[in-house]
Design a protein. Structure first.
Length: 286
């Protein structure tokens, strides 16, 4: 095995580093030099990268939009909870950083990210091409299909998704959500209205009869259907349609941060943490 003194440059660097540590009053004890060297040696990270905040001890800023299961305020405690909320907390702990959360609606999520209001959008963000041009996706951490929610009184009229592709059908879509782009492509004969605010707000026009159907992510729809069991009915809930990546977003141009987040996301998937959290919250909320 090659050691530092087999290479003149490495040997010189090791000697200089040792001198610097000694001059700074750092005890170079067996087994302790690794952490000290990690602090002294240059990491090579662009100082303008979000990842450079780790070395500076700065706060990690995370934006979120409320979505059942993934990132939401518990109505009983007003505490932020969810699959992605817990993953964001784990990320902050892994980086040994304080975290600051900022709530935003989906329609403003990419704009606020590009402006620098936060370093990471940590709620459920489904991949779309227009969004991917504006911001960078990491991972992905998960994937989502969509489910269609109608009133129970309409269950016999709309038994399949094909029944919704009609000029008589009005879709209610959350403004800024991925469905705003995708549903008109899948149901070209139908009409559409967009409702601003958090995702669940777009179900209200269906409840009041101003719209026929509300479409959202599969897990979100399952939770909302249970909360609105008096009127809500899901079409074929066992078979979500239009499955797409569902993950977090960062700004374009910050390669160190993007690369780190990609590998961290892979770590969370491979070790089963994402699946464990998903199963726990789905069981709790549905």
């Amino acid at each position: 095995m090659t050691n530092a003194f087999d290479n003149p440059d490495l040997g010189k660097r090791a000697l200089l580093t040792g001198a610097a540590l000694a001059g700074a009053g750092v005890a170079v004890a067996a087994g302790g030099i690794g952490d000290a060297l990690a602090q002294v040696l240059d990491s090579g990270i662009d100082p303008k990268s979000v990842l450079a905040k780790v070395k500076k001890g700065e706060t990690l800023k995370i934006g979120f939009g409320q979505q059942a299961l993934w990132f939401y305020k518990d109505p009983k405690t007003n505490e932020l909870r969810g699959v992605y909320k817990e993953l964001c907390d784990m990320l902050a702990r892994d980086l040994e950083m304080k975290v600051e959360y900022t709530e935003v609606v989906m329609a403003n999520s990419t704009v606020a990210l590009r402006k620098g209001d936060y370093d990471l959008f940590g709620s459920s963000a489904i991949y779309t091409v227009p969004r991917a041009v504006a911001v960078n996706y990491i991972g992905p951490l998960w994937s989502k299909g969509s489910l269609a929610m109608i009133r129970k009184e309409d269950a016999e009229k709309y038994k399949t998704l094909a029944d919704l592709n009609s000029p008589d059908v009005m879709f209610s879509i959350n403004a800024g959500a991925s469905e705003e782009q995708r549903m008109p492509q899948l149901f070209p004969k139908a009409k559409f209205i967009a409702t601003a605010g958090q995702v669940a707000m777009a179900a209200e026009p269906v409840r009041t009869g101003r719209a026929t159907v509300f479409v959202t992510g599969d897990s979100d729809a399952l939770v909302l259907a249970k909360r609105n069991s008096g009127w809500a009915h899901l079409i074929d809930p066992s078979n979500p349609f239009d499955k797409r990546p569902n993950t977090w977003m960062v700004r374009h141009g910050d390669a160190p941060w993007k690369n780190f987040m990609d590998m961290w996301a892979t770590f969370m998937i491979v070790n089963g943490e994402v699946q464990r959290l998903y199963d726990r919250y789905l069981q709790e909320l549905t």
